[in-house]
Structures are given as structure tokens and as C-alpha cells.
Design a protein around this ligand. Sequence first.
Ligand code: TEU
Ligand code: CA
Length: 533
Amino acid sequence: MSNNNWWRGAVIYQIYPRSFKDSNNDGIGDLPGIIEKLDYVASLGVDAIWLSPFFKSPMKDYGYDVSDYCDVDPMFGTLDDFDHLIKRAHELGIKIILDLVASHTSDQHTWFLESREDRTNDKADWYVWADPKPDGSPPNNWQAFFGGPSWSYNVRRGQYYMHNFLESQPDLNMHNPAVQDAILAQFKFWLDRGVDGFRLDVANCYMHDPLLRDNPPVDDPKPQFFNVDFPTPFTMQDHIYDFSRPENIVFVKRIRALLDQYDNRMSVAEIAFNKDGLGAGADYTRGNDRFHTAYNFSLISGQKASASYIRDALEAYAASDGGWPSWAFSNHDVVRVATRWGGAENTDNPAFIKMLIALLTSLRGTVFLYQGEELGLPEATVPFEKLKDPWGVYLYPKWQGRDGCRTPIPWTNDAMAGFTGAADTWLPIADGQKPLNVAAQEKDPASPLHFTRTFLRWRKNHAALVSGTITFHDTHRDDVLAFTRTHDGQAILCVFNMGEEPVDLTINSQPVTLQGFEAQFSVDGSVAFSSNP
Ligand code: TEU
Ligand code: CA
């Protein structure tokens, strides 16, 4: 049966393959490990899986530096393993979305190895090359997100190449139509293999400013990311790329046209570092010929659970002329929501965790649940000697980087948490996460894991929660969020108490009583579901 809109209101489970399940005891998760756990994923009631990159890679950015888009890195398995994975997932009714990192490649990709040879080879302008200034310094003042200049010198060509991230992640020159064609061919490889869609890594970084203009200086050295004072005297993005560069949208339309040649495929764009924040991605999703949806950053950057914050983010996006929204509280780049919003007091309060799961999956949009979020895993603390994320190593101790959300999933209470038979893992198993292991939660009917299953099943039977409209209500307090979702005459009042004290209030002239951290759903004036019955 054809359902081109399956992704609207879908719950998509993000798997970070290195840390999900290790099948061959080398301490690193892999595709056969994911296959072993597909029944578990299906049991949650999610619709699809977003797989973070498993392509061939020197792993300088843990897979976001691809050296061959059309092969599986041996660390993760083989193409055969991938075929088994997708076949089994489809049997279980789960779609598979791949993470395509098209803005840059690894410096070990054959395209780059060829491009850097000289100034005249076939791929000479597949990357962003520029001559030094007369004094030998980089062509302009652009700064890389992961620190230092965006330019690295290559002796063979006597030129600099541009990279938004690591020196080992050279930026493709997407202004070159041959490069666009080559990237589209990589998409096609996976579409033909049956994948259901793509998450497009930094899709707004595809096009740089061809005039290579300097970025303006930062007026006052204000924090730029993660409330960390990012050490650069220049704004990083202004002229590197522009969120609505006409050439970028032209390329986006080519990607969409390719997807539209297949049935039921979707695209979700990561529009990162977007200065207009709340309206993230509108330009990229407007109409029917751009991306299907864009991953909204508003709720993964907030520092506490706040009704006004969440409402503002959803209303601001709705007021933009963007397409269907996508929301997440956690991913492999940010502090896990249990810690970020829970703080020291509530991180491990199951009632708080359940309320968050209900809240995320009740928002109007497609929602992304990050592995371990269904368990309520807190952020791990990884000691400096064990940090892997180059960004964290660079900014430590101001910021410990992205490893705290990337530690292995605790499946059991065994020494190695049932993740691996090896004596050591690529990132340590977090002690603080172990008590929340899957086996323990399976035994506890009151666990966040059981709640996730129960709620997602209930949600599926209530179309208003999947695809209904959303209307917010004034609660006059920042710890209570309330909205109604409506579809086909069915209206569900959804109320979330984000504080630990019980509350009594009137919403839409209906009296509502909530326990601490309760998520409550009412149909026709009576409570139909509660996270804290
Ligand atoms: O992320 C882009 C990126 O750096 C942001 O997600 C950033 O972490 C966020 O805006 C902070 O608020 C993507 C991948 O998700 C990331 O893992 C890669 O390192 C990066 O691209 C480079 O490919
Ligand atoms: Ca392994």
C-alpha cells in the first residue's frame, strides 16, 4: 500500500551505531548488533529508525567524515549486513533512514585524494580551493566550527582548501554541477537498495560564498554554542553560507526530485547553526519541492523544561511559512534531555522522564527519539583521558564535547552492561546509566521503557496526536503546558505538569488536576490517559 505521508507524525528512533550493540566483541557497536536488537526497537512502537553514519570512514568525526558513501565501514559490518538489517526492519514494519553527510567528505575520499594532486585534474574544483594571500595566510578569515581557521594548506597545490568542520573534512564545492551529480548518485545507490529516506547532515552548509568574502567581526565576544564562549573573533557563518542561497535551494530541489522518482521516500534536513533559531528550516521545507521536513533545533538547545519556551518554539515555527515540523529533545550532539532539563534533582525521576516522553511524542510534527531516551538515560561524565569527540578535546574544560550522550546503551546489569563481550569499550560504559538498563526496566511495569511502549501504542490509536492540529492554552504558569490536538472531530486536551508539585487549574473552562510531573490526556472532558495513573 502506498503511503507517501507515512513520515508525517512518525516517531523516528535515532540509532548511533557505535554505541547501540556490539556483536563481535571489539567494544564498538555494529550493524549485526542492531539487527539483534530490532525486535526491541519494534517493541517500542516507533515507525522508523534514523541510522547515524556507518559508511567507510577514517572516523575522525566518528563517521561524519565519509571516505566511501557506497560501502559499510568494516568496523560496522558489510553491505550484506545492511541488506539483512533493512529486510528485517521492513518485516517488522520499521522504515530505515540513512544519514547522508553531503556537505563534506573525509580527506581520504578518492575524490579528495584526486582533487589535491594538482590544479588541473578532473576533480580539481570538486572542493573549495583558493590561493593564499600574498603573505601566505589563508584566503579569508573564515573559522571552522570545530576550532581554528576554515582553511588548511596543501603543499602539492600550493593552495588552501576550505572545511567547515575538521581539517580532515574538506568541503565539497557544491556550486559545481558535476559534484551535485556525484552526490545524487550516492543517494540513488541507497534508494535503489530500499532505504526509506535520508537525514541530510548540515544541509544549509552545502554552498559557500563563491566571492570568499571575510566574515564580520563579532561585536561582543558572546557565547555562541552550548552557552560556551566559542573562541573566535569572527562570526562563523555569515558569508560561509547563507541560509537561503538561491543555488542551495536549486540543489535541494534536485534532491527532492530524485526522491520523488521513488515511492514513499522522505528527507529530513539538519539546518544547523541557524541564526533565526525558532523558524529553523522554513526556507528548506516550503512547498512540495524542497525537503519534506527539517530538524528543528529549538528544543534541543533549551536549558530547562519551560511551557513558554516550548510553546514559543512551536508557535514561531507555525508562523513561519515552513513545511511540516520535526522535533527532538536529544541527539548524538547535545546533552541528554534528562540531564539538560532535569538538572541534578530530576534527572533520575521516572515520573519526570515519562512526562518528557509523553510531551515530545504529543507535539505536532515528526518526532525523533534518541537511543536511550526511552530509558531516561542521563548525560554521562566522560573523563578527559577518555574523551573521543575532537570538538570536546578542543574546548575542554569549557565544554566536554559530545561524548556524554554517546556512551554505550546499558542492556543489562553485567559488568559490560550486555553491550559487548569485550573487556573495554570505545567510550566507557557510564556507571550512572547502568541502573537504568533495559533488562531491569523490562521487569518493572512502572519503568520509562514500559511507559514508552504503552504511550506510543495509545498515541497510534488517536489520530489527533499523530496528525492533528495544535492549539495552545494559557495556563498562566511556566511549569504547566497545555494544548489541544484535533483531527476529524476528535479533540484531545493534553496537559503537562513540568513541576513536582501537584496543581489544580482551569484550562479552557475545564477544571484540571495534575500530580507532580503528570502528563494527562482528556477526551470529551474526561481523563483518557495519564503518565501517572
Ligand atoms: O552536526 C552539525 C553540528 O555541528 C550541530 O549539530 C551542532 O552540534 C549543533 O548545532 C549545536 O547546537 C552534524 C552532525 O550531527 C555532527 O555529529 C557532525 O559532527 C557535524 O554535522 C559534521 O558533519
Ligand atoms: Ca563490533
